[in-house]
Design a protein around this ligand. Structure first.
Ligand code: G6Q
Length: 553
């Protein structure tokens, strides 16, 4: 293990205990009073970097909170661990791997030698191959079987090999080729594949099979379905004549698996074990993104990621967006008792961003033991969730305003829209600003009564306020901005994991379900009544399903 594992339990540290004592005092303090006491607070507690304006003044923090959080980061060696990550040390200790998504966006010409190899040179070699292929497909030079150009791109992958590409495609739709169709298939539910392909012509369709391991059940099942679908339309001899190769590309670290599936290694785009699935949207896993928005825009997105990486690497934590975001998440989660974070983008294009962040944050920091293997006695990763505003305002915001749970929120907005339509963008942003104000300051009983509300009704109309929010503003949603936003959250996850000293880069919990499903799959497939040795609930569910499903042919 390359980075030293600190054995001192987190909760026994004086810095942690000082935060606990401080939290007792802060729980009683109102944002109303914090703003009242400092007229400059709204500007003072805001930082700007890499094109993002980050206003954390409506968080329930004061200068002392920040001082103590920064101290905690110091004693937990967060900066040292960050540097170890950037150096390519194996900070993913349970898998003995480097964590180097930052290398995916280092500029051409820079070098980072890890385990004897310049990984940046390798990254750019793949990027150049992706660029050449994307140019061929986008220009129509790449022809499908029968000579037609590719009009449809179907990306097949799941989890980290799907959520990033889907989110990026949606977020950057305004930059995408509108004369091409982009679809994403992830679920092993056949509906996903059937619905994604039902109106497509195989002669004009390219499948990209995205799987780091090239062993994932869902992805390989859907990839085989794609091959059968192609053969049905292109003719059964398409495989022998090599025609099917015109319709498949792969993104993987497993060249052998890709060959065995029958995809030409020329059309395989590689990445490395130091890129975690949920950190891979800027690797070759983003091939569909590059095909949609073009190589130049893809590189602009990488530049955005890199700008945030550089900010995180070189800025003192008191002015670092990811450090502040991560430390505030720790504060809300561990000291104010908030168990979730709502992410509320005021941008329709960002509708898949909360789902993307769910994997990034929860697969990374949903851990119950420390790096040293000790069970934690504090809460780790909060639950991330959300929906775009203003839609959410008409559903779940009620609980955030007046419920009994504390739900810190990240509001994300853009100063300019790509789709000006009358004054609709002003209306959208007015709602964002109004929500953060209402959540922070609420409406007191006195204010409600002063409006003429009856005594009986007044308590129902009181909004207590003191609901913490961060507002992130960027000028415009473009590839570069998307890169900076994703990198911001990536590094915030890192900061939280480093404080807790957990492995944010493994995912052993996901493995158990996969193993159990393999056994159950056999039991469902068995012609004979299988002998079931699960618990009584699972046994009964399997029997009921076997008895009532479509008859086997
Ligand atoms: C991500 C996870 C997981 C993974 C999928 C797909 O960090 O490891 O979501 O991305 O299970 O794995 P493959 O890319 O290997 O098919």
């Amino acid at each position: 293990m390359s980075t030293e594992v600190q054995e001192t339990p987190l909760t026994t540290l004086p810095e942690w205990q000082a935060l606990e004592a401080h939290a007792t005092a802060m729980r009683a303090r109102q944002l109303r009073d914090l703003f009242g006491a400092d007229p400059t607070r709204g500007e003072r507690l805001a930082v700007e970097a890499a094109g993002l304006y980050f206003d954390y003044s409506k968080q329930r923090v004061d200068d002392e909170t920040l001082r103590l959080l920064l101290l905690l980061a110091q004693v937990r060696g967060v900066a040292e661990r960050r540097d170890a990550m950037f150096r390519g040390e194996h900070i993913n200790s349970t898998e003995d791997r480097a964590v180097l998504h930052v290398a995916l966006r280092m500029p051409k010409g820079s070098t980072l030698v890890v385990d004897g190899t310049d990984v940046v040179a390798e990254v750019h070699e793949v990027l150049d191959r992706m660029t050449a292929f994307a140019d061929q497909v986008r220009s129509g030079e790449w022809k499908g079987h029968g000579g037609k150009p590719i009009r449809n791109v179907v990306s097949i992958g799941i989890g980290g090999s799907d959520l990033g590409p889907v989110m990026a495609y949606e977020a950057l739709k305004a930059f995408s080729r509108r004369d091409m169709v982009f679809r994403f298939v992830s679920n092993v539910d056949g509906t996903d594949f059937v619905e994604a392909t039902r109106d497509l012509d195989a002669h004009e369709t390219l499948f990209i099979i995205c799987s780091k391991t090239f062993t994932t059940l869902e992805t390989l099942t859907n990839a085989h379905a794609a091959r059968r679908w192609c053969l049905e339309q292109l003719g059964q001899d398409a495989e022998k004549s090599g025609a099917i190769a015109r319709h498949f590309a792969a993104v993987s670290t497993n060249e052998k698996g890709v060959r065995e599936f029958g995809i030409d290694p020329e059309r395989m785009f590689g990445f490395w074990d130091w890129v975690g699935g949920r950190y891979s949207m800027d690797s070759a896993i983003g091939l569909s993104t590059m095909l949609a928005i073009g190589p130049e825009n893809f590189r602009a997105m990488l530049d955005g990621f890199h700008a945030m990486d550089e900010h995180f690497r070189s800025t003192p934590f008191e002015r670092s967006l990811p450090a502040l975001m991560g430390l505030i998440a720790i504060w809300n989660n561990n000291f104010l008792g908030a168990s979730t974070v709502a992410v509320l983008p005021y941008a329709e294009y960002m509708k898949r961003f909360p789902a993307y962040l769910q994997q990034l944050t929860m697969e990374s920091n949903g851990k119950h033991v420390t790096l040293a293997g000790a069970h934690v006695d504090f809460e780790t990763g909060p639950i991330y969730w959300g929906e775009p505003g203003t839609n959410g305002q008409h559903s779940f915001y009620q609980l955030i305003h007046q419920g009994t749970r504390l739900v810190p929120c990240d509001f994300i907005g853009f100063n300019r829209t790509r789709n000006p339509l009358g004054d609709q963008h002003d209306l959208l942003m007015a709602n964002l600003f109004a929500q953060t104000e209402a959540l922070a300051f609420g409406k007191t009983l006195q204010q409600v009564l002063a409006e003429g509300t009856s005594e009986a009704l007044a308590p129902h109309r009181v909004c207590e306020g003191n609901r913490p929010t961060t507002t992130i503003l960027a000028d415009v949603l473009d590839p570069r901005t998307l890169g900076t936003l994703v990198a911001l959250y990536e590094h915030s996850v890192f900061v939280q994991g480093a404080i807790w000293q957990i492995d944010s880069y493994d995912q052993w919990g996901v493995e158990l379900g996969k193993q159990l499903a393999k056994q159950t799959e056999k039991e469902l497939a068995s012609r004979e009544e299988p002998t079931l040795a699960h618990d009584s609930s699972t046994n009964a569910l399997i029997r009921r399903y076997r008895a009532r499903r479509e008859p086997r042919r």
